[in-house]
Ligand binder design. Structure first.
Ligand code: SME
Length: 155
């Protein structure tokens, strides 16, 4: 997608998502609508959330609201792109998933990916994961606006 068109779409979408989030206190409902709006706006392959939840004595990422095909349900700390974004507490952009060591392939159609951590009181509480069926889909524009969006989400 053209760089400026993409930026324009994010500029229009973010205030709409801010209203959605302000109008509803339930985070599952909000993550569901955010997934739907991102998928509809950009025709991404898969958009969804994984929440950091307790698992015995440790924690792992557990699948939350999403749009797209069936996905793996649990991801361990440091594993795959999602577990890496959680561990390193930073957005991870993967231009070609085949070149990312340890990438977890939920769908063979996915070619590139971005994962943005959602922090609360300095802890990663969830990640927003977006997959594209094209190589090199995500860049600094996506990072900028998706990090702004992540900053609005309260779990
Ligand atoms: N590819 C991700 C797993 C989640 S799916 O893409 C929906 C990863 O490597 O963490």
């Amino acid at each position: 997608m053209d760089h400026r068109l993409k930026e324009e779409k994010y500029r229009q979408l973010l205030p709409q998502l801010a209203s959605v989030i302000q109008a509803e206190s339930d985070s599952i409902a909000n993550m569901a609508n955010i997934s739907a709006c991102l998928k509809e706006t950009f025709d991404f392959w898969w958009v969804g959330f994984y929440r950091v939840l307790a698992h015995g004595d440790s924690k792992e990422l557990v699948l939350g609201p999403f749009q797209g095909p069936l996905a793996c349900t649990r991801i361990k700390y440091g594993r795959g792109v999602c577990g890496t974004a959680w561990k390193e507490r930073r957005t991870v952009i993967v231009p070609d998933v085949e070149l990312f060591p340890g990438h977890i392939a939920c769908s063979s159609a996915s070619r590139s990916e971005i994962v943005v951590p959602i922090l609360q009181e300095d802890e990663v509480v969830a990640v927003l994961d977006i997959d594209s069926r094209f190589l090199n889909t995500f860049d600094e524009v996506d990072r900028l606006y998706l990090e702004k969006l992540a900053g609005m989400i309260r779990l």
